[in-house]
Design a protein around this ligand. Structure first.
Ligand code: ADP
Ligand code: MG
Length: 322
């Protein structure tokens, strides 16, 4: 079974960045307002995520670490109405199968927290309300996968990419990030577009914020908002295209295609637009269970969504023309 778990883990845990993503998504699902991230040695040595969310009940700690245990879905029908980022109950078990994992948590009703380290029985510990998950020595027990990792620098860059994607998904949550035991980035919670722009500048650079415009449009249950880069700020890379559907980051073809179409021939040959797009729609309109990494979504009314995005963005872009 240990080997089976390690193999299954490969689908969820590819590298330190995927560990970080799963842990932060769990914190978001737990309703955290503040999330602290610590990483060492490209995240291979350590990834620790601490949140002030709802915590895990003592009785549920072993469950949280076992494969296919999720507290987020109880009935099959709920799969059609997913509001949380996680729902498969695979992440913690998978991370635990390929690292030295510890899980410490305290719920509001408890006077202290409980900690499970590498599948030992839970021990009482002092812990604020919320959860701390720590994954050390990633792939220490699967040398073949360990060899597959790149150097510290490359893994660090990938961590930073995921951090950026996550921090841009929820502006109302504060993030504190440290790397190799030094403070790396502090992102206070920000409610209004102008404050949010500060976070975007930190994460995407001043050139983008200076050459983009904020917008928000709503019709018939669809809401699209975000920042659109001016066409003259077209880039040779597609690295500044962030799409979120109900705050879930996606690499979605439909959204990218619609955006591309809206920019149309406003873009110079071979250049790419940059944008941050947030699409919000009722959960029953989408299926997030389409892909193991949950990076793709299916829209029930994909034509209508596509049309709405193209029209909205084209209209905004038109207004910027002299
Ligand atoms: P999933 O997120 O798909 O449910 P995970 O393996 O990521 O599966 O987590 C398993 C369970 O552990 C979750 O369903 C949740 O109940 C609990 N859990 C994990 N992380 C946290 C956290 N940071 N705060 C509260 N509960 C958590
Ligand atoms: Mg999860």
């Amino acid at each position: 079974p240990a080997l089976a778990n390690q193999i299954a883990a490969g689908e969820v845990v590819e590298r330190p960045a995927s560990v970080l993503k799963e842990l932060v998504e769990n914190a978001l699902d737990a309703g955290a307002q503040r999330i602290e991230i610590e990483a060492e040695v490209g995240g291979i040595g350590l990834i620790r995520v601490r949140d002030d969310g709802c915590g895990i009940h003592h009785d549920d700690l072993p469950m949280a670490l076992s494969p296919h245990a999720t507290s987020k879905i109880h009935h099959e029908e709920e799969l059609l109405n997913i509001t949380t980022l996680g729902f498969r109950g695979e992440a913690l078990a998978s991370i635990g199968a390929v690292s030295r994992l510890s899980l410490c948590s305290r719920i509001a009703d408890s006077e202290h927290g409980w900690c499970v380290r590498e599948n030992t029985p839970a021990q009482p510990i002092a812990h604020p309300v919320g959860t701390t998950v720590e994954a050390r020595d990633l792939f220490y027990n699967t040398p073949a996968r360990r060899r597959f990792l790149r150097g510290e620098k490359t893994e660090f860059i990938r961590l930073r990419t995921i951090q950026t994607q996550l921090a841009l998904s929820h502006f109302e949550i504060s993030f504190r990030i440290s790397y190799n035991r030094r403070p790396f980035l502090t992102l206070p919670a920000c409610a209004r577009p102008l404050e949010q722009l500060k976070r975007i500048t930190e994460l995407c650079g001043r050139t983008f914020t200076e050459h983009s415009m904020y917008f928000k449009r709503e019709t018939e249950g669809l809401c699209l908002w975000g920042w659109l880069g001016h066409p003259e700020f077209a880039r040779s890379q597609t690295d500044l295209q962030y799409c979120y559907v109900n705050h879930r980051m996606v690499r979605d073809k439909l959204l990218r295609h619609a955006a591309r179409q809206a920019y149309g021939d406003r873009l110079p040959q071979g250049r790419h637009p940059s944008y941050l797009l947030y699409l919000e729609l009722p959960t029953h309109q989408i299926d997030v269970n389409a892909h193991p990494t949950k990076h793709e979504v299916r829209f029930r009314e994909s034509r209508r969504v596509h049309g709405f995005i193209v029209r909205t963005l084209a209209e905004i872009l038109e207004r910027t023309e002299p």
